[in-house]
Design a protein around this ligand. Structure first.
Ligand code: HEC
Length: 134
């Protein structure tokens, strides 16, 4: 009798574990589907972001900056969120509020040139438009 209980308990545990792993498989495909295939970053854009933005908004960035805009998360955003972030990027770069003036004063080599600004704003606005059209 005791053996039967142990066997049954083991069987139940086994089924439970299998069930969990099936579940986690489902979750991981969902995550893959959420990965935004529309998020494309050409090399010239990457270079500018690397030089002027990712010190604060990248993986090793500053907490407050990452809270508002974490570049590493962009590929995982749904289209609505991605469009909204792209348009914010377009805004802050067009109006010249990013990178922050104080930072640029201390680190002039990280300032955006006119050409850099155009690369970022062209990319952000055209990518947002492209996603909207789909
Ligand atoms: C020195 C650090 C630093 C650098 C460099 C920097 N940012 Fe920021 N950024 C911040 C901080 C801090 C905030 C949050 C500001 C706030 O909450 O008032 C922010 C906010 C933002 C936001 C969110 C605005 C909003 O209202 O949601 C965007 C978009 C952004 N930055 C884009 C950029 C881009 C693009 C670059 C490069 C061209 C850049 N940032 C460079 C520190 C930085």
């Amino acid at each position: 009798m005791k053996n039967l209980i142990i066997t049954t308990a083991t069987a139940i545990t086994f089924v439970f574990i299998m069930g969990c792993s099936v579940n986690s498989k489902v979750t991981s495909t969902e995550t893959v589907q959420n990965l935004n295939e529309n998020f494309k970053v050409p090399q010239d854009v990457k270079n500018v972001l690397d030089n002027s933005c990712l010190q604060c908004h990248g993986a090793d960035g500053k907490f407050k900056a990452k809270l508002k805009f974490n570049f590493e998360n962009m590929a995982e955003m749904d289209n609505t969120k991605l469009i909204s972030k792209l348009s914010k990027i377009d805004d802050v770069v067009s109006e010249g509020s990013m990178p922050p003036k104080k930072y640029v004063k201390k680190n002039p080599s990280h300032a955006l040139t006119k050409a850099d600004k155009k690369i970022i704003t062209d990319w952000a606005s055209s990518l947002a438009e492209e996603i909207i059209k789909r």
